[in-house]
Ligand binder design. Structure first.
Ligand code: GDP
Ligand code: IMO
Ligand code: MG
Length: 428
């Protein structure tokens, strides 16, 4: 069988969790492949709202096996808390969740570094989630990271910690004038999670490949999104992993041969948390309306999200980069609150109209959006379950996006509830 990737086409929070939940009714496995608990994925089922940070959204669907892949960075304390909280709400988690032994761990010193660096950057800060994500990935690449499998051998763990802390403590002492970390303290903190996490540790890549060879269905759930990708995003205002399609293969340990569908998720407008360029950002009342109707406050940090019109050149570029086969549009219902809808169809940079999405970061900072205006529909659409149910102005809006992006819509989400969606052409 083949694997399907669900990933964001903008700066995150596109509703990936919600889309994965819809697709998870048809799959056997759901796997996170990148990022860590910087992600916040919301799934609403009736009165219940689940906010998932590390555990894949598939956990909400009975019987689905979930994996946290080698490409994820795992804060063990957060993992334990999240699993316990989900189990307290009646979900069966530990029997269905597997964590890759190759995944790297987020350590207390990563979180401290993340926060010191942001303060030191001042106005040039990235606006990170302060979860230690960047420093954990840095250690992974520097080959000084601690992996999940290391917590089962106290000797190896301590020797790795000793090597890592030699440099880290020098930074804390000399650059930030802060407390030092003791090998014994950090080791005992880590070892305290062994009993809980131990039974969940697995070679999840092999598990997924075998499942795929056995014709089982696998969904790969992206964290973050394309414009936050460390290679392709609005660097340096990005995260430290590759949420794009290549990262899905590397971070879950499957082969490109297994990949068939790539679902790109976009809101009907754009949001961003954290700093960095956002050409279509709104600073007016319309922006306020969208923020409050769309409840645009971060799932992980509670920060108010920046809001703007749909940025089509960015979405089209992201769609091409990921080779998406389908598009999912979310939060269409939020635009019911707006009389006239704008879609950015190009940019003007220093008075000149440019085609496509600029490569130069400076250009992006100066880019003025060129808008196409579409009439709003001004009525409730949360009850719509077929495209034909939508008011004609809403059909025109989604039709325009579909044609511009050049991939068929597989889902139009018209509300946060599981059933508030128009689902089309999902051929997983
Ligand atoms: P993710 O990080 O991509 O999974 O997205 P988040 O969960 O951080 O943010 C999406 C937010 O929009 C959540 O609060 C969802 O419950 C909500 N949401 C998702 N789809 C819809 C929709 O179609 N309409 C509305 N009104 N809310 C939605
Ligand atoms: P989901 O999966 C939105 C942003 C942060 C910051 C930048 C770097 O819910 O879509 P980091 O802590 O990763 O070093 O922060 O990336 N960011 C997200 N923004 N949704 C996310 O995840 C994000 N994960 C990271 O706000 O701008
Ligand atoms: Mg989110």
């Amino acid at each position: 069988m083949t694997a399907t990737v669900v990933l964001g086409l903008a700066w995150g929070d596109e509703g990936k969790g919600r889309v994965c939940d819809a697709l998870a009714s048809d799959v056997d496995y759901v796997s996170r492949y990148s990022g860590g608990n910087n992600a916040g994925h919301t799934v609403r089922v009736g009165e219940e709202e689940f906010k998932l940070h590390l555990v894949p959204s598939g956990i909400v669907r009975e019987g689905v096996v979930c994996t946290i892949g080698n490409g994820v960075v795992v804060n063990p304390e957060v993992l334990v808390e999240e699993v316990e909280a989900l189990e307290d709400r009646g979900l069966e988690v530990r029997d269905r969740l597997k964590v890759d032994g190759r995944a790297h761990l987020i350590m207390p010193y990563h979180i401290a570094l993340d926060s010191h660096r942001e303060i030191a950057l001042g106005d040039a800060r990235i606006g990170t989630t302060n979860r230690g994500i960047g420093p954990a990935y840095e250690d992974k690449v520097a080959r000084s990271g601690i992996r999940v499998q290391d917590i089962f051998d106290e000797g190896i763990l301590k020797s790795k910690l000793k090597a890592a802390l030699r440099e880290k403590n020098a930074i804390f002492e000399n650059v930030y004038g802060e407390k030092q970390y003791e090998v014994a303290d950090v080791a005992s903190w880590l070892l305290s999670f062994c009993e809980f996490i131990g039974p969940m540790v697995a070679d999840t890549g092999t598990l997924l490949r075998e499942a795929l060879d056995d014709r089982e269905r696998v969904l790969l759930e992206g964290g973050q999104a394309t414009l936050l990708d460390n290679d392709h995003g609005t660097y340096p205002f990005v995260t430290s992993s590759n949420p794009t399609v290549g990262g899905a293969v590397v971070g879950s340990g499957i082969s490109t041969r297994h990949l068939e569908y790539v679902v790109g998720v976009t809101k009907a407008y754009t949001t961003r948390v954290g700093d960095g360029p956002m050409p279509t950002e709104l600073f007016d009342e319309t922006g306020e309306t969208i923020r409050s109707v769309g409840r645009e406050y971060g799932t992980t940090t509670g920060r108010s999200r920046r809001v703007g019109w749909l940025d089509l050149p960015a979405v089209k570029w992201a769609a091409s980069l990921n080779g998406i086969t389908h598009v999912a549009i979310t939060l269409l219902d939020v635009l019911s609150a707006v009389d006239e809808i704008n879609i950015c169809i190009g940019y003007e940079i220093d008075g000149e109209r440019i085609e496509g999405y600029p490569m130069h970061q400076t250009d992006l900072h100066h880019a003025r959006p060129v808008y196409k205006s579409l009439p709003g529909w001004g009525e409730d659409i949360t009850w719509c379950r077929m495209r034909g149910d939508l008011p004609s102005a809403a059909q025109d809006f989604v039709g325009f996006v579909e044609a511009e992006v050049g991939a068929p819509l597989c889902m139009i989400s018209v509300g946060p509830e599981r059933d508030q969606a128009i689902v089309e052409r999902i051929g997983i």
